[in-house]
Write a protein that binds this ligand. Structure first.
Ligand code: PEP
Ligand code: MG
Length: 577
């Protein structure tokens, strides 16, 4: 019977395919006592489970497609190494003998004590390894419990499938993309989460926040996912299927028609040139940016270089990665943002442990980097060294006061001195910019502009912090409003602060790539937009049909307006004028 569910349309596109439900809840663990003569057999049962779990991982490893980046294989290797480590391969056998308990319970006890060790570590990166231990432990448990190992992202071939999960991390999303999935649906998450951003940049249709999706949707049933409308239709009748097949074709035709704009300059009808740059998450996204003829990279989120791997990339590895990117776009600026780890990019949320209180307000981005020079300095050195090989710009995320900025500038000065002493080349004029994504920084934009070469407005966080809405919490998603007058005033203030201080202001949050806001932002004075490559041509098509002088009156009324519903109507008018 046809069933319709709705959620938050987080990444557009229509997918029609078979459901693949991922169950990742904790397995139920039985506990029972053994008779002395059962113990040897129980230890053998445990050892066989370790062998089976290893074979499963080996076979996943063999099935990784050839073009998959090396880090994905490393991710599996890490799990294999953990399986072979005595903490998982021997300690539970000892517990079985000592406590005369079943293997499942012995693993549970061992996992609990390992998790406690990880929880006590100070290093936030090492803490995230705890998730791997849990994943590996759960794999052994599922073998013992004879539970079919459900497909984690990398376990089965999912080409064209519609993946249904409770939640997905940005790391899962990368793995799923390599499986060429058709779409994904999650029970939790909002449209500004990093997972949603990844989905848009990878062009995977996605609907998030579909509560109880895994209860309503069955494995293998046919689904239609409409990522723009946030709709999922299970077991559609013939008419509905036909309707969506037509819609899918129409959407593809529209996207093809945009391609003829690739070489055209982005310019309003009255001759104002606009720079359209690309946001990238992985060095591999550079190809898409080039294909879309982006004027540069306005945001490279370096934290993805640190994810899905065992150990941190050292200075040399980072230098090579950044240098490679700069050389692959030699004549255009590449803006490398320093690490923005923390909040939804530090843990994968499936560790079963207590989540940190208010992670978005905690030790994140520049705060984390300034706290841990061992993490930050190698990255700054790598970026500076890479600056010798192209038009490199460095950007600092999440600044909230000028002291943080001065600390970073001092550190950069110190590194320049070191590099000179060591005989390394670097660009002494490399522009240094700051992201304006905390309301306090937006209000103090003039102070930042006096010490920086450019500003970039991060609307995803700026809206989250201005309106006090967790960007990944779907329960409060209805309050996430880019048109709230307070948000628009902050954006306008930052743009005019840039103008007053003679430095460029860009916008690299999701708002910059949303055509509903293109004219509004042009009218507010924005001339540099950075967005996912997939959005670029559509935004250009709007810019090239806009006359700035036609916007002036509407913008004045929008800035005078105090209510976002009226603002929304005024923005509609702008878009249809
Ligand atoms: C933003 O906050 O708008 C932004 C671009 O940074 P991120 O989404 O990576 O937090
Ligand atoms: Mg941000």
């Amino acid at each position: 019977m046809t069933l319709m569910l709705s959620g938050i349309g987080a990444s557009r596109g229509i997918a029609i395919g078979k459901a693949h439900v991922i169950e990742r809840g904790q397995p139920e663990i039985p506990e029972y006592q053994l008779l002395p003569d059962q113990i040897d057999n129980e230890v053998i049962r445990f050892q066989q489970a370790i062998t089976t779990a290893s074979q499963q991982l080996e076979s996943i490893r063999e099935r990784i497609p050839a073009h998959t980046p090396a880090d994905i294989a490393t991710f599996i290797d890490t799990h294999l190494l953990m399986l072979r480590d005595s903490a998982l391969s021997e300690a539970p056998a000892r517990i079985i003998r000592e406590r005369q308990c079943n293997a499942e319970w012995a693993i549970r006890l061992q996992l609990d004590s390992l998790v406690q060790v990880f929880d006590e570590m100070d290093d936030p990166y090492l803490k995230t390894r705890k998730d791997d231990v849990i994943h590996v432990g759960n794999r052994i448990l599922r073998v013992l419990l004879n539970q079919e190992t459900q497909a984690h992202a990398a376990e089965v071939l999912l080409e064209g499938a519609i993946v249904i999960a409770d939640d997905l991390t940005p790391a899962d999303t990368i793995l799923l993309q390599h499986q060429h999935i058709g779409a994904f649906v999650t029970e939790y998450g909002g449209p500004m989460s990093h997972t949603a951003i990844m989905a848009r940049s990878l062009n995977i249709p996605a609907v998030l926040g579909v509560h109880h999706a895994r209860e309503y949707l069955r494995n293998e049933e046919q689904l239609i996912v409409d990522g723009s409308q946030g709709v999922i239709i299970a077991d559609p009748d013939k008419r509905t299927l036909k309707h969506y097949q037509k819609k899918q074709k129409k959407e593809r035709r529209y996207l093809t028609s945009l391609r003829k704009l690739t070489r055209a300059p982005a310019m309003t009808l009255d001759g104002a040139a606009v720079s359209l740059q690309a946001n990238i998450e992985l060095p591999g996204d550079m190809d898409d940016a080039r294909k879309a003829n982006a004027a540069g990279i306005g945001l490279y989120r370096t934290e993805f270089l640190f994810m899905n791997r065992n150990g941190l990339p050292d200075e040399e590895e980072q230098y090579q990665a950044y240098r490679h990117m700069l050389e692959s776009l030699p004549d255009r600026p590449v803006t490398i943002r320093t690490l923005d780890l923390g909040a939804d990019k530090s843990t994968d949320g499936h560790d079963g442990g207590a989540p940190p209180t208010n992670p978005a307000l905690g030790l994140r981005a520049i705060r984390l980097c300034l706290r841990d020079p061992g993490l930050f300095k190698p990255q700054l050195r790598a970026i500076l060294r890479a600056s010798a090989h192209g038009k490199c710009r460095l950007m600092i995320p999440m600044l909230s006061n000028t002291q943080e900025l001065f600390q970073v500038l001092c550190l950069i000065e110190e590194i320049r001195h070191e590099l000179r002493e060591e005989g390394h080349a670097f660009d002494p004029e490399m522009p240094i910019g700051g992201m304006i994504e905390v309301p306090a920084a937006a209000i103090s934009a003039d102070a930042f502009a006096q010490h920086l070469d450019f500003l970039s407005i991060g609307t995803n966080d700026l809206i989250q912090y201005t309106l006090a809405i967790d960007r990944i919490d779907d329960e409060v998603n209805y309050l996430f409003d880019p048109l709230h007058p307070a948000v628009l005033h902050l954006i306008h203030h930052v743009i005019t602060a840039g103008q007053r201080n003679g430095i460029p202001v860009s916008m690299c949050g999701e708002m910059a790539g949303d055509i509903r806001y293109t004219r509004l932002l042009l009218g507010l004075g924005l001339r540099e937009f950075s967005m996912q490559s997939t959005r670029l041509l559509e935004v250009k098509s709007i810019i090239n049909k806009t006359r700035l002088s036609d916007l002036e009156d509407g913008i004045r009324r929008i800035l005078d307006c105090q209510h976002s519903d009226i603002t929304a109507a005024l923005v509609e008018d702008l878009n249809h004028s």
